[in-house]
Design a protein around this ligand. Structure first.
Ligand SMILES: [Zn+2]
Length: 308
């Protein structure tokens, strides 16, 4: 039964021909570019596209659900506001499409994030911290209630990092054990090694985010409006080395942090494919590992179970 569950998903696969690609754009990048998928993918991997009757067979073979979590927020003068949900979504879809021997489902993307500090730039939509925690937690509870026990939380927005970690710790207490990370942690070292401008991280509409977008959704990058931007961090590097300083209303005049002129589609493709490779390995191990249980150790004293 185990392999038949996987092949049931594969059987519903629909192939896409290069003929569907717009002139000058390779079919592969078009496949990765659809957001949300407006045409059939290589196979059915999106939670949102499955019918009620297609879920039970998936549960027979230790499926993994990848939940992309992001934000809609200004990304400088040249990048679309979808950036932070678009990147994890496309990494998740490409990973799910490439794994054929067990079911990998891309959960309903959580497109809104905790990003009040970007509200000064047009296009930003934020939710309150409590709302964000409740939404992501309830989506995970629902996924678990459907019988899926392996959930990957892949986040694409810096402001969500601490909340997602807190959510993961909170859910563990309910026996929902997730793997959670921001997508850029998949290639932290290579991002530094391969950078020609923004050595430190993904930035904001700078070298790496713009490169991703130039590869995934090139028609949405306003290349003639590109502007580099610098973060205006308060306090000395010595203080910031030890203390977290919450960001105020986006501390960059034009909303960019980093150098988008260093971005190329080739850089975007290279880092995207590495991210898919690393996530694929992680998902494979998650699938093969027995589901962890919260009360595995030191659980003999049954005191105050409802409170703690
Ligand atoms: Zn971003």
């Amino acid at each position: 039964m185990k392999t038949s569950a996987a092949s049931a998903v594969a059987a519903s696969a629909q192939t896409t021909s290069a003929a569907e690609a717009p002139a000058g754009v390779e079919a592969d990048s078009v496949r990765a570019a659809e957001w949300p998928a407006s045409r059939p993918l290589k196979k059915k991997v999106l939670w949102n596209e499955l019918s009620r009757s297609e879920f039970p067979p998936l549960l027979e073979n230790d499926p993994v659900v990848i939940l992309p979590i992001g934000s809609l927020e200004q990304h400088g003068p040249h990048c679309p506001v979808e950036m932070d949900i678009s990147i994890p979504y496309h990494i998740a879809v490409a990973t799910a499409e490439d794994i054929d021997d067990f079911p990998v489902v891309v959960g309903p993307p959580v497109w809104t994030g905790f990003t009040h500090y970007n509200m000064g730039g047009y296009g930003t939509i934020t939710v309150r911290l409590e709302t964000f925690i409740d939404v992501v937690s309830d989506v995970c509870r629902s996924i678990k209630a459907n019988g899926f026990e392996r959930i990957v939380l892949m986040n694409g927005h810096g402001g969500n990092v601490a909340p997602v970690t807190a959510i993961a710790n909170k859910l563990a207490h309910e026996n929902i054990i997730t793997l959670s990370f921001p997508y850029w942690s998949l290639f932290q070292q290579e991002m530094r090694d391969w950078s020609t401008a923004d050595m430190r991280g993904p930035g904001h509409a700078g070298e790496w985010e713009t490169a991703f977008q130039m590869y995934l959704r090139p028609h949405l990058v306003l290349t003639d409006r590109r502007e580099a931007g610098k973060a205006r961090w308060p306090y000395s590097p010595a203080v910031r080395r030890y203390a977290h300083v919450p960001e105020r209303r986006r501390e960059s005049a034009n909303g960019s942090m980093g150098d988008p002129f260093a971005a190329t589609p080739e850089k975007g493709e290279r880092i995207f494919k590495l991210a898919v490779e690393r996530l694929t390995a992680m998902v494979r191990e998650f699938h093969a590992t027995p589901v962890l249980q919260y009360e595995e150790f030191g659980s003999d004293a049954k005191v105050l179970p409802t409170l703690f």
